[in-house]
Design a protein around this ligand. Structure first.
Ligand code: PDD
Length: 278
């Protein structure tokens, strides 16, 4: 199967795709993105991802973009890729212009995508869980916008790997636990799911919303509220959620064991329910 790229309307093998060096995404991180997965050739929660993409562009005062064009292009690259289970990465930058902090006068965004076979976490990782560390959240104050400014996320992920853990979880002032480097975070205490409320400090995850919807449908109690590291360490279960992560159990946080080791009963139920929706 070909790994393909889309650059402003043209589809080609990934290795043949190029973008101008004065793309503002490249020079200023002035770009937004989405990551969408498909199951049995059906993109999962496509409309939700496109709505978030539109919101990201609106929040950053990007030129107006026709979302129907974007939608058709996403479907086209999924189709041309031909994968049963494929992942599409979308990136839209404010455009190409001589380097200047001020927005360019031209209204031409740059729209690129790639499609590849889905890389899922192994069944073993879903069953056995992962270890994470917490790190101070030093990202900017608008983490609700899905921008490509992911340097601090990358540093935190690498710090986790270097310390023998698999990922990192961002912690804000007063030890408030926010989210993972590329995922949202849930804990379960006394059968109740708890996750950080939607504020500018976390990404409004599509998987997060889908899991809360599952809770409503199945009358699983949940709370969107702040919680600190003490509550995190003492949780009965904890997991990361995301498009690629699905429901990934945490078995150790900063050296504190969580649950009985391995996926907990409620996390397991939620993973199955999520996959059932795909
Ligand atoms: N990341 N929080 C952050 C910081 C993220 O980067 C992501 C997703 C999520 C989960 O969002 P969703 O459920 O919509 O995938 C939460 C993508 C997958 C990435 O950067 O590759």
């Amino acid at each position: 199967m070909p790994e393909l790229a889309y650059v402003n309307g043209n589809i080609m093998p990934i290795q043949d795709a190029t973008i101008p060096i004065e793309d503002r995404g490249y020079q200023f991180g002035d770009a937004v993105y989405e990551y969408i997965t498909s199951f049995n050739k059906r993109p999962f929660l496509l409309d939700e991802h496109l709505a978030r993409l539109k919101r990201s562009m609106t929040e950053l005062s990007f030129p107006l973009v026709d979302m129907d064009t974007i939608r058709s292009a996403v479907l086209e690259i999924f189709d041309k890729g031909g994968y049963d289970n494929g992942d599409v990465y979308i990136q839209i930058s404010r455009g190409v212009a001589p380097r200047d902090h001020a927005f360019p006068e031209s209204n031409e965004i740059q729209f690129i995508m790639t499609v590849r076979e889905t890389k899922r976490y192994s069944d073993e990782m879903h069953a056995n869980g992962i270890k994470v560390i917490t790190v101070e959240d030093q990202r900017w104050g608008r983490c609700d916008i899905k921008t490509v400014q992911l340097l601090y996320n990358a540093l935190a992920k690498q710090k986790a790997l270097d310390s023998g853990a698999y990922d990192a979880v961002f912690v804000g002032p007063d030890n408030v636990v926010r989210e993972g480097t590329s995922s949202n975070l849930f804990i379960i205490v006394d059968q109740t799911l708890i996750t950080h409320p939607l504020t500018p400090n976390i990404l409004p995850g599509i998987t997060r919303a889908c899991l809360l919807q599952i809770c409503r449908e199945r009358s699983i109690p949940f709370q969107e509220r702040f919680f600190d590291t003490n509550e995190l360490y003492a949780a009965d279960e904890a997991f990361l959620s995301g498009t690629t992560t699905e429901v990934l159990p945490l078995i150790e946080i900063d050296g504190h064991p969580i649950g009985q080791g391995g996926i907990g009963a409620i996390s397991k139920k939620l993973l199955a329910a999520l996959r059932n929706k795909m």
